[in-house]
Design a protein around this ligand. Structure first.
Ligand code: ATP
Length: 234
């Protein structure tokens, strides 16, 4: 790719107290690329997203976003530069209605409007008056994604977006990820669902014990599927 990377992670180490969980992660994401992090539970994928977003501050190395060193910035300043994170637990405002969730905070210029939201996920209009806590897992995932898309990010960090969802909902989330990519957004995706990941991602980084041990491009997936399955199996 000729364009400089949108995100560059160099020699990232991360810690929870005394416990050293990431051991020198290096990765790049180019504009418009969808990249997945795959690996078993506990391999360090979520920790990598939290470190990039600045939610986990106990880390060393260098993180560059759009040419700027963001390693020392707090997560709100990183978000303001165009990075957005949808955590595995799908942060939504559970006591507020779906509509209120879609109005707070107001959309930024270039972010998803109400019209775009209801076109992509009509069910969110139908559920407008339901409190966030009463939504299904799939509806919560859609709402959590839209909430961050309202800020018009350039890089979207998604932690297991397909987890626990019905196949038809997984499909509509996959369709939206592809649309976002066509619009030039970059996506960094943590996944346990290899089919979902390989359908969407241009490249995969394989995590084992807090390290990246392999990198697989889309055109290598078919011939290396058994290896990939082995990396994921317990
Ligand atoms: P999962 O899919 O289960 O989230 P993962 O690959 O994302 O797996 P991480 O959640 O990044 O893995 O966890 C990496 C390591 O850090 C694991 O050994 C985990 O037990 C440990 N860990 C994660 N969160 C914490 C925490 N809050 N405090 C202490 N250790 C943690």
């Amino acid at each position: 790719a000729a364009s400089p990377p949108l995100l560059q992670v160099r020699d990232l180490h991360a810690y929870y107290g005394q416990s050293h969980v990431l051991h020198g992660i290096n990765l790049d994401i180019h504009p418009g690329e969808v990249v997945s992090l795959i690996g078993r539970n506990g391999a360090g994928k979520t920790t990598t997203l939290k470190s990039i977003m600045g939610v986990l501050r106990s880390r060393t190395g260098q993180i560059t976003f759009d040419g700027q060193d963001i390693t020392r910035l707090p997560s709100n300043r990183i978000a303001a530069r165009g990075m957005a994170w949808v955590p595995e637990e799908r942060a939504i405002l559970s006591t507020l209605s779906v509509r209120e969730n879609l109005e707070l905070p107001p959309a930024r210029p270039g972010g998803w409007s109400a019209a775009r939201t209801y076109e992509a996920f009509p069910v969110l209009r139908e559920r407008g008056h339901h409190p966030g806590s009463k939504l299904s897992g799939g509806e919560q995932q859609m709402l959590a994604m839209v909430r961050v898309l309202r800020s018009g990010p350039r890089l979207l960090l998604l932690d297991e977006p397909s987890e626990g969802l019905a196949p038809v909902i997984v499909q509509s989330i996959g369709r939206i990820i592809r649309e976002l990519q066509q619009e030039g957004l970059s996506v960094l995706l943590v996944e346990q669902n290899l089919n979902f990941a390989t359908r969407l991602a241009d490249r995969h980084y394989v995590f084992v014990d807090g390290k990246i041990v392999d990198e697989v491009r889309r055109d290598e997936v078919e011939s290396r599927r058994d290896e990939l399955l082995k990396y994921l199996s317990v």
